[in-house]
Design a protein around this ligand. Structure first.
Ligand code: ADP
Length: 323
């Protein structure tokens, strides 16, 4: 195959540009043409497609965001939308696709390829690290490092004022960012969607920390926690302990931006390179990933949301290390 289409879809993640660069450069090296599709599946429907040169990806390996832009597309969830997308691929003579995105992007791919036959390879691009088929996803390492830097700063001011801080990090369905930033920042507790939180337990631990007069208390909460995030948790703490100076902070979209860490750049480069080689070797309808250091290929149907790797042992460890 000579002409490949390339898109980023769903939530952006730092390192998508490094992945784009790797795909484009590898494809050009093997005499393929690359067509960038802007704004994910929506751009495919609208035919927002342009031929990419090697200079288009110069000086982007270190940049957050995605030069191809990304979007969520309701139209792609309809038969008409997917038909329009396929027609555009035909019109531009695109013979294969490389898709960079998260869980939704792969669900969309499964629907699309039920109806239309075109070789495709995916790359896991999400800060959430919640996809099966890869130990890490592009953007996760950067997002955790951003959260760690921010929480460290909040800890400084919390300590100065003897405050308790509830800090909300991203993760609507996944607690990996909360778990890992919580461990790295020495949080007293973390609340994540995967593990049922008993708020009474949380309050009880705060009470005993108070009696031991800990000067600073940090709780890291994933946005998808059952209590509705940091504001709600802080409210419960204030109701129970009106004398503790309790504040909350929501880190928000800073976790999606910024220059990718070396780990995300290397991951994105390896996966982008592997994706084009996979197409050349006719390994298609798979997502490239890295498991135990090796490149793997997981069929799109099996790329599902997962919370493997989150165990109650880790939560217990956080509590032991913060005594
Ligand atoms: P992410 O890839 O980051 O998880 P989304 O969940 O927003 O992001 O998914 C990206 C896009 O994939 C959606 O906007 C939609 O166009 C497409 N998509 C998701 N699920 C489906 C589906 N079941 N059928 C068709 N398209 C889908």
């Amino acid at each position: 195959m000579r002409k490949i289409g390339l898109l980023t879809s769903g939530g952006d993640s730092p390192g998508m540009n490094a992945a784009i660069r790797a795909v484009v450069r590898t494809a050009l090296y093997y005499d393929m043409e690359v067509y960038g599709i802007r704004h994910g599946y929506q751009g495919m429907i609208e035919g927002d497609i342009f031929q990419m040169k090697t200079t288009d990806v110069a000086n982007i390996i270190q940049r957050g965001g995605t030069i191809l832009k990304t979007a969520r597309s309701d139209a792609f969830k309809t038969d008409e939308g997917r038909k329009a997308a396929y027609d555009q691929l035909q019109k531009h003579g695109i013979e294969a696709l490389v898709l960079i995105g998260g869980d939704g992007t792969f669900r969309g791919a499964v629907e699309f390829f039920k109806q239309y036959t075109i070789p495709a390879v995916g790359l896991p691009g999400t800060i959430d690290k919640d996809l099966s088929g890869s130990d890490f996803t592009i953007g996760f390492d950067t997002a955790v490092n951003t959260a760690v830097e921010a929480i460290d700063k909040i800890r400084d001011t919390a300590e100065a004022h003897d405050r308790l801080f509830v800090i909300e990090v991203m993760g609507r369905d996944a607690g990996y960012i909360a778990l890992n930033s919580g461990i790295a920042c020495g949080a007293e507790d973390i609340l994540i969607p995967e593990i049922m939180t008993d708020i009474e337990d949380v309050l009880c631990r705060i009470d005993s920390d108070e009696r031991r007069s800990k000067s600073v208390h940090i709780l890291v909460v994933a946005e998808g926690d059952e209590f509705g995030g940091a504001a709600e948790v802080a409210k419960r703490i204030i109701e129970r302990f009106p004398k503790i100076d309790t504040r909350y902070a929501v880190l928000g979209h800073i976790q999606r931006g910024g220059s990718p860490t070396y780990a995300d750049r290397v991951l994105a480069s390896r996966l982008g390179y592997a994706a084009v080689l996979a197409l050349r070797e006719n390994k298609t309808q798979v997502m490239t990933g890295i498991v135990n250091g090796d490149i793997t290929y997981t069929p799109f149907q099996q790329v599902i949301k997962t919370n493997a790797g989150i165990s109650t042992d880790m939560i217990e460890m956080i509590r032991v290390l913060s005594v």
